[in-house]
Write a new protein. Structure first.
Length: 104
């Protein structure tokens, strides 16, 4: 019984830690977005060649960045190279920033 309680406690702490890390910091995301602005624009709206990020769902943005980082998505070489350098927290911060911007 004690072993099961210990496992449940550890599992619970892992969930809490993961949820805490998943919360993005939009202010830090804005700082990180300097590199993104080269292609996606200062306002995150993109253009006819580059998709906009402003107003997109945070979870979707993180999913796409992780797909680039893992090599699951390779259609944009610049995104692959950029995502390789991002931590999960960086991704969450960027997604929080762009999700908070007014999209079209």
């Amino acid at each position: 019984m004690q072993f099961k309680l210990m496992i449940a406690t550890v599992f619970g702490l892992m969930i809490i830690a993961g949820a805490a890390m998943a919360d993005g910091d939009p202010a830090r995301g804005k700082e990180l977005s300097v590199d993104c602005a080269d292609c996606h624009g200062e306002n995150g709206l993109g253009d006819e060649e580059v998709p906009g990020l402003a107003g997109l769902d945070e979870a979707y943005q993180i999913e796409q960045l992780m797909a680039y980082k893992s090599g699951e998505r390779t259609d944009e070489e610049a995104m692959v190279m950029y995502a390789e350098e991002l931590s999960e927290q960086d991704m969450a911060d960027l997604a929080a920033y762009y999700a908070g911007l007014e999209g079209e």
